[in-house]
Design a protein around this ligand. Sequence first.
Ligand SMILES: NC(=O)c1ccc[n+]([C@@H]2O[C@H](COP(=O)([O-])OP(=O)(O)OC[C@H]3O[C@@H](n4cnc5c(N)ncnc54)[C@H](OP(=O)(O)O)[C@@H]3O)[C@@H](O)[C@H]2O)c1
Length: 237
Amino acid sequence: MGENGFSGSVFITGANRGMGLGYVVHYLKQGLSVIATAKKPGEAEELLRLEKEYPNQLSVLGLDVSCETSILNLEDRLQDIRATFFLAINNAGISLEEEFGEWTSAIFETHFRVNTIGPALVSQTLVPFLEKGAKLIQVSSGLGSLGQSSNLSNGLSAYAASKCALHSITVRLAEKLRTKDIMVFAINPGWVKTKMGGDNAPSTIEGAVGDITETIERLTFEQTGSFLSEKGELIPW
Ligand SMILES: NC(=O)c1ccc[n+]([C@@H]2O[C@H](COP(=O)([O-])OP(=O)(O)OC[C@H]3O[C@@H](n4cnc5c(N)ncnc54)[C@H](OP(=O)(O)O)[C@@H]3O)[C@@H](O)[C@H]2O)c1
């Protein structure tokens, strides 16, 4: 890889499995260069295999989005390889069930660290590396929508609250980055067959990633700061 081999790349968090890995495969097949990050890169077998298959297109970096030191290290690595991005996807997320009556501060803190604070700080770190016209995507969930208010009785309140707070971050970032010509969106992937989504989910990773990447491509500056479905329909906050 040349010195400027990672200019004009795609950046993805939580890329070792699930939809994160799906985006990596999608963009590699399109011939684009990708910086894929994983919490434990040494154990990210499929990513490491892809790195060998696409040595000129893929670089795998370690990033635990819940750890501030890890985010600072990422900044150094991106400077070293002189990466710039036209697209960044904050995809990493966790979802743990805890029924009302058994709520703990730990369950809320864990969700907010990974699903809200992580994407906020990673976004902040990425800004100097984002090109004019770049798109910054916050992967959210329908459960984070107050307007839709679906599945209110399930045990995913900490998850829902953390994604709802991510919406606030999305709107605020969109406003802050407007003058830098950077667009910011929250996207709900729908219910997808992954470790998080489970086997009963109606959508496959390939289907969801196909829809989401098509939607991302169509997004324009007029839409910055909005919350959209995988197909690009507006979702109420
Ligand atoms: N699947 C669905 O139906 C669904 C629906 C709505 C929204 N979403 C959202 O879509 C995104 C992707 O979900 P998915 O279904 O693909 O989930 P998944 O298969 O469970 O994958 C989650 C990914 O996030 C990573 N991750 C978790 N904690 C992390 C941390 N602290 N630092 C870095 N990476 C971390 C995981 O890495 P490890 O393997 O190292 O843990 C994994 O790569 C999430 O933001 C999720 O909330 C999913």
